[in-house]
Design a protein around this ligand. Structure first.
Ligand code: FE2
Length: 187
């Protein structure tokens, strides 16, 4: 399934892509250098997904769903925890024992987030919003994710800012979040 459709279809597609990356990490033996590569790709996907959800999904949940504030607040807490794990992962090499510990924690945290959204939050939003609103939010979310480059690639542009943004290593999560959310820019 490709990207497109309403907000729920779009975010579920993101979830499947992240699960695919997790599967690739788990299929490799501990210490394999590509585990770090896939972890960086998952981090990029997850930051884009989080920023888009924070900009458009959770405000809609607060507006349309009964008890939506509490639901949105819980999801935001989960995002903050996952983001801290991704920041801690930035400094680890695939060969570090700490890498294995953190990636294990991150995968279980994200899998819980995915199950929670798909089993609880999305059905509530679908019941509370009309199809036009869900489609409109889908367009907004796609727009938000397009604002920054997608993932490091051998053919990635080698001039700033894209190469700086996507260069793995310390600060990647913050650089991505700033670029995607416009954080730090005067508004
Ligand atoms: Fe999500």
């Amino acid at each position: 399934m490709g990207h497109g459709g309403n907000v729920i279809d779009e975010l579920v597609t993101d979830h499947r892509e992240v699960e695919e990356l997790f599967g690739k990490i788990e299929a490799l033996p501990p210490g394999h250098k590509d585990r770090k590569l896939y972890a960086d790709q998952a981090t990029i996907e997850l930051v884009r997904h989080s920023v888009a959800e924070e900009a458009y999904l959770y405000p809609a949940v607060r507006e349309h769903v009964a008890n939506g504030d509490a639901l949105a607040d819980r999801e935001l807490r989960d995002h903050a925890e996952a983001e801290q794990m991704m920041k801690d992962l930035e400094g680890c090499d695939a060969g570090d024992a700490e890498f294995d510990r953190l990636i294990g924690m991150l995968m279980s945290e994200i899998r819980e987030h995915i199950a929670d959204e798909e089993q609880n939050l999305f059905p509530l939003l679908r019941a509370a919003c009309g199809p036009e609103e869900l489609d409109r939010l889908g367009d907004k979310i796609r727009q938000a994710k397009k604002t920054a480059p997608t993932r490091p690639h051998p053919a990635a542009p080698d001039k700033p800012p894209a190469n700086k943004l996507l260069a793995p290593g310390a600060g990647m999560v913050d650089r991505l979040r700033d670029a995607l959310s416009g954080r730090g820019k005067a508004d």
